[in-house]
Design a protein around this ligand. Structure first.
Ligand SMILES: Nc1ncnc2c1ncn2[C@@H]1O[C@H](COP(=O)(O)OP(=O)(O)OP(=O)(O)O)[C@@H](O)[C@H]1O
Ligand SMILES: [Mg+2]
Length: 447
């Protein structure tokens, strides 16, 4: 293909393309990306993503930065300043030395509806929605996301399974946002959180005077509120048996009775359900209706626990560090050796636990450099991490001792005397450490 044709192809792809060099500097974007993002190639070319990502800037995050940090392909979803949800797949291209030469990002617009009005970039830029970015670099999760997005386009009922905290609720949101129903409501109901006596009225609504304490005019249930949209039934296993059959009616016939009602209500909703239990076992125990189970299980999507995709951990730490640095207006950073140790932890609470650990460390750690001793991560205090190596552990320990000595003794002469090393050696070691910290800090500040 000649160059001109290649350019035509580049601009006419349905996907947005964003090309970056190995240092994170934008080389160019195609026309589709311009349309998706509201930014022009002219505006972006030559600019570093480290400058473009951040508070009042262009992007809420960058898959390319994650690719540079992790040297592997990355999938992430981001919200643009124009309030669109984008799925980004970044893939590194390596040179002969094995360094990243380019990163080719392919971008899908999950907000399929085209905005016909021109976007006011300034107001839009301030409305960045960042909380529900979904990041991953693991093949397993990418396959899960691919499947979820393919199913999102249909009206199939989805069953999300996986341990607590693996991201089921987040994926349910992503599915809704990328479905044709995205402009209609997404109603989330946690079946375990609503008392059994109330759940029927909550879900299906009630007619006036149907029970004591009920509003005399009656009230529509959440299913009706969701009309046209998606209902996310979380912890579906906790739904009482008699309501399970009512839900089955909604799936099969798209109709139900309100509590105390005599006329059928019609609804058009898509159901997404989630559970961290094994529904098949519950069916065997007679605690879950078999027919409903088969109806829900049409498209089962199982999210792997974090310990089965440890390659995501560094990236998630980075993601949550950015999130909470923004929230608390700080510039903290996890020591590389601490990140390596965290990769080896059990993470029984999965991503929610990881997120909590990161937030707590950011809030409670003094100074900008979060090390193992400062962070005091539960479950890590005593255990010798596997896979970190004695050398790294000793290096980290040495850093900590030197930084502590620096605080205590102030001058290199006194530090050297206290630690029994030469003043030149104390000065050299401290310079390396302090340069490292400042560099980290500058880098973060530029984001
Ligand atoms: N891939 C991901 N990237 C970024 N954040 C994530 C990812 N997966 C999960 N999270 C975050 O982790 C937290 C827990 O996820 P979520 O609530 O979706 O888990 P869950 O599986 O629904 O848990 P539960 O079974 O307890 O309801 C949320 O704050 C979510 O935003
Ligand atoms: Mg959940």
């Amino acid at each position: 293909m000649d160059k001109r044709l290649l350019e035509i192809v580049f601009d006419n792809l349905y996907n947005g393309i964003y090309v970056v060099d190995g240092k994170g500097v934008t080389i160019g974007v195609n026309r589709t990306f311009e349309e998706m993002s509201g930014f022009t190639n002219e505006e972006l070319a030559g600019r570093s993503l480290y400058d473009l990502v951040g508070k009042d800037n262009y992007f809420s995050g960058s898959a390319s930065i994650l690719v540079i940090e992790r040297k592997c392909p990355v999938t992430a979803t981001y919200s643009t300043s124009t309030n669109r949800k984008l799925l980004v797949k970044g893939r590194p291209v390596f040179d002969a030395q094995g360094d990243i030469e380019y990163i080719i990002n392919t971008i899908w617009d999950l907000t399929v509806v085209q905005y016909s009005q021109p976007i006011d970039a300034d107001t839009a830029r301030n409305q960045l929605l960042r909380e529900d970015d979904l990041v991953t670099s693991s093949e397993k999760m990418m396959a899960v996301i691919d499947l979820a997005l393919r199913v999102a386009a249909t009206d199939s009922t989805i069953l999300l399974t996986g341990e607590s905290g693996v991201g089921k609720s987040l994926l349910a949101k992503t599915v809704h946002r990328s479905s044709e129903r995205k402009l209609k409501p997404l109603i989330q109901i946690n079946c375990a959180a609503i008392p059994e006596a109330l759940i029927e009225a909550e879900l299906f609504g009630y007619e006036g005077g149907s029970f004591t304490g009920a509003d005399s005019k009656g009230k529509p249930g959440l299913l009706e509120v969701a009309e046209g949209g998606t209902v996310f039934l979380d912890e579906i296993s906790e739904l009482p048996l008699h309501l399970q059959s009512k839900i089955l009616g909604v799936i099969q016939d798209k109709e139900f009775f309100r509590v105390g009602g005599r006329t059928m209500q019609q609804v058009d909703v898509r159901l997404i359900t989630a559970t961290n239990k094994n529904l098949a076992d519950l069916v065997n125990d007679g605690k879950f209706r078999e027919d409903l189970y088969y109806r829900l299980n049409v498209v089962p999507i199982s999210l792997p626990p974090l310990r089965e995709r440890r390659e995501d951990i560094p990236m998630l730490i980075q993601h949550f560090t950015d999130k909470y640095n923004r929230k608390y207006n700080s510039y903290k950073k996890f020591a590389e050796s601490l990140i390596n140790q965290m990769v080896g932890m059990a993470w029984k609470g999965n991503i929610r636990e990881l997120e909590n650990v990161v937030e707590r460390s950011i809030v409670t750690t003094a100074g900008n450099y979060i090390t193992r001793d400062k962070a005091q991560i539960p479950g890590m205090e005593k255990a010798i991490p596997s896979g970190v190596g004695l050398k790294d552990m000793l290096a980290e320990r040495e850093q900590e001792i030197l930084l502590q000595a620096q605080e205590q003794y102030q001058t290199t002469r006194r530090i050297a005397a206290a630690l029994g090393i030469s003043q030149a050696s104390a000065a050299r070691k401290l310079k390396t450490i302090n340069d490292g910290i400042h560099m980290d800090r500058d880098e973060i500040m530029h984001r």
